[in-house]
Design a binder for this molecule. Structure first.
Ligand code: AMP
Length: 394
């Protein structure tokens, strides 16, 4: 078992805390502070125990360059407001200024480093950069679940250059809930997968076939499977590269007795836009139409399945839900999942927005803070950002 932050002594120690402060920003203004709020438990705990805290995060994709519009300065201000406490912001990630400020930190002080991805070493897990980050640091705490599937310096590399590395409360909670789906899951266990990309869902489906009773497939990814089943899909999304794999997965599901369901009717349009004319097709889709949402029959049959479940894992919308006209399938599934007497685990930014849009997020058992990371965890992979943590304190 990996160490959790409350299992180690942090008093008077310099602690490097990696969080996920990758908040949506518009003209330097934070649009949604959820990610900062979610990190507060671990931050408050560490300062209450007398840690000298150095916090790090990435923001967006500056690709190793300093991009002022991706500065963490507004985040430092928001964190300071939320904690009602000074947050030192050196405006740099490493270097002399950071080093001298690090040394001056007193127990309970907080410093937030500038965007770690301003340094090209970060995403390369560069050893020298990792060493720089670890300079004068005693303990590394990872609480950035959403970044834990990435072997980057501030997530993984740093762990090799500190005495002890532990997880924060947010990651501990993610593991606790996501493990409900990977270790002895309650049955019937249903996984609902949607979204556009077949590629990212293939390993998940493969792994889920060992555990789930039923797979409900929707969204753009379903058309590659529907074509494999011999249906006409018109101009709907089609992933040629993963077509054979899709066929294989359908076969595997059959062999293992897993019920794999696909949309039987489709809300279609000639173009993906708000004022597009909508037509519903059952089974085959006409040549110049694109499938943009699941139809009423599919909604009802999926709801029926969900009503029998004890555990539901959901990732990816059932249609182009960003456009109101095409969002009904996703919203109805969100409601069914939320209202069911079941454990519900939702991951992935889009499914999370969908449950928020449907106004049912408070009825979901666990909303994961990491889309890619939760998918990898559910696929049975060990996440490098968790794997690198210590089993015991040094
Ligand atoms: P993913 O990142 O693979 O989970 O895909 C999420 C995206 O899939 C969302 O932006 C949806 O708009 C999109 N999507 C869902 N259903 C469809 C569809 N039928 N056709 C095209 N895009 C879709």
């Amino acid at each position: 078992m990996k160490l959790r932050v409350d299992e180690i002594v942090v008093n008077d120690k310099r602690v490097f805390l990696r969080v996920d402060f990758n908040v949506p920003l518009k003209d330097g203004v934070i649009q949604d502070n959820t990610r900062i709020v979610k990190a507060l438990d671990t931050i408050k705990y560490l300062i209450s125990k007398g840690a000298k805290l150095v916090i790090a995060s990435h923001l967006g994709r500056p690709k190793g360059e300093v991009k002022p519009e991706l500065s963490l300065k507004p985040v430092a201000e928001e964190l300071s407001r939320l904690l009602d406490k000074e947050v030192i912001f050196p405006g740099e990630v490493i270097g002399e200024k950071v080093e001298s400020l690090k040394k001056e930190l007193k127990p309970g002080n907080i410093m937030l480093l500038e965007n770690v991805r301003f340094n090209p070493g970060e995403t390369k897990n560069d050893e020298n950069f990792s060493k720089e980050l670890a300079k004068d640091i005693d303990i590394y705490v990872n609480d950035a679940f959403g970044a834990s599937h990435r072997a980057h310096s501030s997530v993984v590399g740093i762990a090799s250059f500190v005495k002890t590395a532990a997880m924060g409360f947010l990651i501990a909670k993610e593991i606790e809930y996501l493990s409900m789906a990977t270790e002895n899951p309650q049955k019937p266990y249903i996984a609902i997968l949607g979204g556009a990309k077949v590629k990212s869902k293939i390993p998940v489906i493969e792994n889920l076939l060992d555990n789930v009773d039923t797979l409900l497939i929707g969204g753009g990814m379903s058309y590659t499977f529907l074509k494999a089943l011999g249906y006409e899909i018109g101009k709907s999304l089609f992933d040629k590269e993963h077509f054979e794999k899709a066929k294989e997965l359908i076969e595997k599901a059959r062999e293992r007795g897993v019920k794999m369901l696909f949309p039987q009717d489709h809300v279609c349009a000639k173009e993906i836009k708000e004022d597009a004319e909508v037509k519903v097709f059952e089974k085959d889709i006409e040549n110049d139409y694109i499938g943009v949402d699941i139809g009423e029959k599919t909604i009802n049959s999926y709801k029926e399945e969900i009503s029998k479940a004890k555990l539901v894992v959901w990732n990816g919308p059932m249609g182009v839900f960003e456009i109101d006209k095409f969002s009904r399938g996703t919203t109805e599934i969100a409601k069914a999942v939320a209202e069911g007497d079941l454990i519900s685990i939702i991951g992935g930014g889009d499914s999370v927005s969908a449950v928020k849009k449907a106004g049912v997020s408070d009825k979901i058992t666990h909303i994961s803070t990491g889309g890619g990371a939760s998918l990898e965890f559910l696929s049975g992979k060990t996440l490098p950002g968790i794997e690198c943590l210590s089993d015991k304190e040094e």
